[in-house]
Design a protein around this ligand. Structure first.
Ligand code: IVH
Length: 738
């Protein structure tokens, strides 16, 4: 890899890792597996090491993932809470030992080995033996005060047990992990399934989401657990080693890890890691690794710490559990954007404590690449996620006559849900990477249900209680076509929904229905960025929605967005610029005369581009690119967006952007008509918006001004009839100047 390539890749990875850090730590709703997330972090760390010229103090590799959210008081830790470096194989573990031995000038090192608990880190402060605070790791130096929620944990002592002759420390920070037991996680999900709610993905994210709930009664209902394993600030010092700490925590009556191994040297530590692996599945908490720590606190101090992790401890990550089973069939699911995804139907097999009968196959390309065929014995993997994945087939054991998988043939060339046309298209990262088959019918039942489920999901409008099952039912009964139709479904209809069958009815119920009605009413007040994201505009993801929501006052402004038009205009100018460059590879200038002419042209194009960058595009991030702009403008101009906006209007829902700029036109609405002498219509609109004003398409009594140019039509007549002030371009510029 060349330095230039490395620099590009590092930049890409920093954006990706920062995003996944945010999803994992703050939102407790990751989009990729822990395994893939770790792989990205490792690749980034590796590149930064190989190309130190691109290292940066604000790279995500140099800071701990931040879990702080709104609604909690921030508290400083007395001693910083660090993360751990990971290793994935024996060689890396031994290399860590060698580094440590060199640093401490002895390879006679004593370690402890203990389970790495898959929960969320918390720091408890006890003063004179009394629990005073529970704080999340936050960004390492300060976190969120979650004391009220932590106090719902039954096994958490409010007072440290008295040890005869040993007074409790004046102040001590005790660190550990909050988690949900597998049994409690299963209970919560069973309850959610019964209520037709979205299922939680895994215990770790559910625990992380729970501790950040503002409703303590709800936290208490989900029985969280805790285990303690490390020390922060302690005054006066109480213990001198990890072994001593473990014993002291136990004597204080605190929940500790099941077992702690004492290992003299790295060979013994490696053996302990193996023993722990054989035992860990019987623990109440999930474990994804072993933590090896230097036992002696004095040696720990000598070893010290790097920016986000101590040098004296390391995590060894176990390989995810795998199992072998038979692939019985491949069925096809249709997602909210119409992407057809293959799903593996498996002979049920026990894996990591649960019976697995379905697994994801990602996409057709991957099935082909791995040559997975129906009837094969396959290896499946479960990496903490609820949905396991098919890793690989065993072709040697393949029955004769097994054929290559062909998705198009499998669905008979049409959408398996609506029977509509399908096409092979490039899909964005949010769906599945690369090329996929896609149902072309926006009104396909599966797409509608997918969009409704998404509309209500926590990341969108958070209409909790309306999960996939209810969404599918509402669409099937044709009670909802577009997501906002949900507002027309009466409470009684929701309450009497049968989510089961005629023989075995499962009625949604009054209580669940009431919750949905309350949540949908609350959603009316959510800002433009949430609504934009919730409406599933193609290519508009969460980040783009946020950017657009901050730059437009409402949907009307977005539909006519001068900003999005400027994005397209800039893209066109850049294309032209490339083609007109005198040294263009596709189209080189032939004569000197042509060279000069094209050089001048390019200078003009550059000036136009610079004007866009300094004007409407100032501060607009690269995410809002031409694909997004074209897609959003198309959607609201003549696509399904028209229908959606009309519906929102009928419902009286008018989400507001969080536009910061207020100006001379704040609170004023303009209607433009006719041709202005110097300004283009878009430019005039942009000036009005930039000064805090709104632009509307029709004149009413509420219109503040009609801006009229040559050949103005009926709008001008209406303005005169209603007594709305009419101004011209010169007057507009004068108002703006004042
Ligand atoms: S010790 C300064 N021990 O794993 C080192 N951490 O991936 C403090 N974790 O932030 C950590 N089990 O939240 C330690 N037995 C264990 C652990 C453990 C889980 C967590 C901890 C840490 C994260 C790093």
């Amino acid at each position: 890899m060349t330095p230039a390539e490395a620099q590009t890749r590092i930049a890409e990875l920093r954006v990706a890792v920062a995003r996944h850090d945010e999803l994992y730590y703050r939102q407790a709703a990751p989009e990729i597996t822990d395994h893939d997330y770790d792989a990205q972090k490792r690749e980034l760390a590796g590149l930064e090491e190989t190309f130190p010229q691109f290292a940066s103090a604000d790279s995500p590799t140099q800071r701990v993932g931040d879990d702080r959210v709104a609604g909690f008081q921030e508290v400083a830790h007395l001693q910083r809470m660090l993360s751990l470096d990971n290793t994935y194989n024996e060689a890396e573990l031994r290399a860590w030992h060698v580094r440590l031995a060199k640093l401490l000038e002895t390879d006679d090192l004593r370690y402890t080995v203990e389970p790495k608990i898959d929960g969320l880190a918390v720091s408890l402060t006890y003063e004179d033996g009394r629990l005073v605070r529970a704080v999340t790791r936050g960004k390492g130096d300060r976190g969120d005060d979650v004391t009220a929620n932590a106090l719902t944990i039954v096994s958490l002592p409010r007072m440290l047990a008295v040890i005869p002759g040993v007074p409790p420390p004046r102040v001590v920070e005790i660190r550990g992990e909050i988690y949900l037991t597998a049994a409690e996680f299963a209970r919560i999900n069973a309850e959610r399934a019964a209520a037709g709610e979205e299922l939680y993905a895994n215990p770790r994210n559910t625990a992380a989401g729970t501790i950040k709930q503002l409703d303590t009664a709800e936290v208490a209902r989900r029985k969280l657990s805790i285990v303690l394993y490390s020390l922060g600030h302690c005054e006066p010092p109480a213990v001198r080693s990890q072994t001593g700490l473990h014993e002291r925590l136990r004597a204080w009556g605190l929940p500790v890890v099941e077992r702690l191994w004492h290992a003299q040297g790295i060979d013994a530590a490696w053996a302990a890691i193996g023993e722990l692996d054989a035992l860990r599945r019987s623990f109440a908490y999930g474990t994804d690794g072993a933590v090896v720590k230097l036992d002696d606190f004095g040696q720990q101090r000598t070893a010290g710490e790097a920016s986000k992790a101590p040098r004296w401890a390391i995590a060894y990550k176990y390989k995810p559990d795998t199992a072998r089973t038979r692939l019985l069939a491949i069925t096809i699911q249709v997602g909210k954007t119409g992407v057809l995804s293959p799903v593996a139907e498996l002979e049920p097999v026990l894996l990591a404590g649960s019976t697995i009968a379905r697994a994801t196959l990602h996409n057709e390309d991957e099935i082909r690449r791995k040559d997975i065929r129906v009837g094969d014995i396959v290896e499946i993997e479960k990496a903490g996620e609820v949905i396991p994945a098919v890793l690989r087939p065993f072709p040697d054991e393949r029955a004769p006559g097994a054929v290559e998988f062909d998705l198009f043939a499998a669905v008979g060339g049409k959408c398996p849900v609506c029977g509509g046309a399908i096409a092979r298209v490039e899909v964005a990262a949010e769906d599945a990477q690369g090329v996929a088959w896609k149902c072309q019918n926006y009104d396909c039942r599966a797409q509608r249900a997918g969009r409704l489920g998404f509309f209500c999901s926590r990341r969108a409008l958070a209409i909790d209680g309306l999960g996939e099952t209810v969404a599918a039912k509402l669409v099937e009964l044709e009670l909802v076509r577009d997501p906002p139709d949900l507002y027309d479904v009466p409470l009684e209809t929701l309450a009497t929904l049968n989510l089961g069958t005629a023989d075995e009815p499962r009625i949604f119920g009054e209580k669940n229905a009431t919750k949905i009605v309350a949540a949908r009413e609350a959603a009316r007040a959510l800002p433009l960025e949430k609504w934009l994201y919730a409406l599933s505009v193609p290519d508009v993801g969460e980040t783009t929605a946020r950017e657009l929501g901050r730059r437009h006052r409402d949907f009307a402004a977005l539909a006519a967005s001068p900003l999005l038009r400027a994005v397209l205009q800039k893209a066109a100018l850049l294309d032209q610029r490339e083609l007109e460059a005198p040294a263009s590879r596709k189209n080189p200038a032939k004569t000197d005369e042509e060279k000069t002419r094209r050089k001048e042209l390019c200078a003009r194009l550059d000036a136009e581009i610079a004007a866009l960058d300094a004007g409407p595009l100032a501060g607009v991030p690269a995410e809002v690119g031409p694909a997004v702009a074209a897609s959003a403008l198309r959607f609201f101009a003549n696509g399904p967006g028209v229908r959606l906006l009309a519906k929102l209007c009928t419902l009286g829902i008018d989400p507001q952007g969080t536009v910061a700029a207020a100006g001379v036109f704040t609170g004023k609405t303009f209607v433009l008509t006719g041709t202005l002498p110097t300004l283009k219509r878009e430019d005039a609109e942009q000036k009005i918006l930039a000064a805090g004003g709104k632009v509307s398409g029709s004149v009413s009594k509420k219109t503040s001004y009609v801006l009229a140019g040559a050949d103005a039509g009926s709008k001008l007549e209406k303005a005169t009839a209603l007594g709305v002030p009419v101004i011209d371009e010169a007057e507009l510029l004068r108002l703006l100047g004042s």
